[in-house]
Design a protein around this ligand. Sequence first.
Ligand code: SF4
Ligand code: SF4
Length: 114
Amino acid sequence: MNRFGFSLSKGRQINYDTNDRSAAEYVIAGEPSLLACIECGGCASTCTSGNFTSFSLRQLNILLKRGENDSLRDELRKCMLCGKCTLVCPRGVNTRNVILLAMEAFNKSQDYAV
Ligand code: SF4
Ligand code: SF4
């Protein structure tokens, strides 16, 4: 396919029936403000870690809520817990607490220990 100068992208569907939402439910139970997130990206644009790495809290929130956990463990390690994202969030999401609870949720799970 590449000989034409392009290739077809792999299918990308969100399967809520098979995704594991237990970590998201754990975080939301402890920090319900995550539900107010509108994925605006304000947190990601001001993120200290995001200035130096590929870390994006906006992306992390989306994947967490979808139950797509596979890459989250490694991503969470990039956060420095500085709290700048919490200061700029227009929806009042306690983002720092979201990250701490997500770390806690993955630490409780054998598959996703941080
Ligand atoms: S700044 Fe707040 S509302 Fe916007 S993506 Fe980040 S957590 Fe969500
Ligand atoms: S607490 Fe983490 S996600 Fe928020 S601005 Fe700091 S490094 Fe970025």
